[in-house]
Design a protein around this ligand. Structure first.
Ligand code: OAD
Length: 256
């Protein structure tokens, strides 16, 4: 039986986590990591889902009903994301990636490009990317696209509607096989700034808690960083409560 580590009360100092080369770290980021850069989260007060109906702007059915409305929503988000900068939390993960190389699997639910702007490489965008466009019908590869289409874009060369290359409710997140492999082999599993309410992302930590690492045979340590306890808090060994931009730069002790 796995005995959970004691949860530490908010405000209590946690020691940093030593990281050696070869430690396999899986990081899952959510909207909270970009909040201090000025990008709104979804479920906090004033969040995106308070002002927009998920059914209208984040489902394939909503898009088919009113593609212009959906494009206006994502175009406004493109305009906003174009002028924001990464914060110390993104930079801390870029430093971790530079230290660990391929032993860091950086998986984000965010569609913004702030991890890349901080210098992280090989970021896995499981919910797609805001600055890419693809076709609703044909299988042409998605393409980089920074334009804002407030009135909707021109049609695809096949004649069908173009759509933002983001994952909507009812669609499968991208690269679940790769995510599954990395989760199964990690030594440390960290989630940053995610309410733990959207699956399958929110369920990854319980996989880590239930199965030992395929790499070491030991159970990975599971840590959450965010402003408040997430819905899946029971699956984490530790919930370190506070702003990602303040806690993440102090989280890891990189041991040369
Ligand atoms: P949510 O908006 O659900 O949760 C954001 C979390 O970040 C909350 O728990 C906040 O407390 C926390 N937070 C806010 N500011 C923070 C800060 N400065 N530092 C640390 N934490 C902070 O966002 P997600 O969990 O990412 O999916 O949402 C998951 C998915 O739901 C999104 O990818 C999106 C959305 O619907 C799709 O659109 C498919």
């Amino acid at each position: 039986m796995v005995v959970p580590l004691p949860r530490v009360a908010p405000g209590t100092a946690f020691p940093p986590i030593p990281i050696q080369r070869g430690t396999r770290v899986f990081v899952l980021t959510g909207a909270g990591i970009s909040a201090e850069s000025g990008i709104r989260t979804f479920r906090d007060s004033g969040g995106l889902w308070e002002q927009h109906d998920i059914e209208d702007v984040a489902t394939p059915e909503g898009f088919l009903r009113n593609p212009r409305l959906v494009w206006r929503f994502y175009s406004e988000r493109r305009q906003q994301a174009a002028c924001v900068a990464p914060n110390p939390a993104h930079h801390a993960l870029a430093r971790l990636g530079a230290f660990l190389g391929d032993d860091l699997f950086l998986c984000t639910q965010n569609v913004d490009p702030l991890h890349e702007r901080a210098g992280s490489r090989a970021v896995h965008h499981m919910h797609g990317e805001l600055f890419r466009t693809c076709c609703f019908e044909c299988d042409r590869p998605s393409f980089a696209d920074e334009k804002a289409y407030l009135e909707g874009p021109p049609p695809c060369e096949c004649g069908a509607l173009l759509r933002p290359d983001v994952v909507w409710f009812g669609e499968m997140p991208k690269g679940m096989d790769r995510i599954g492999e990395a989760v199964s082999a990690c030594d440390i599993f960290l989630t940053v700034g995610s309410s733990g309410s959207v699956y399958p992302a929110a369920g990854l930590v319980s996989h880590v808690r239930n199965f030992p690492s395929a790499h070491t045979g030991r159970f990975a340590r599971t840590i959450y960083i965010g402003l408040e306890r997430p819905e899946n808090a029971h699956s984490f060994d530790e919930c370190r409560l506070g702003k990602a931009g303040e806690l993440l730069p102090e989280l890891f002790l990189l041991e040369e």
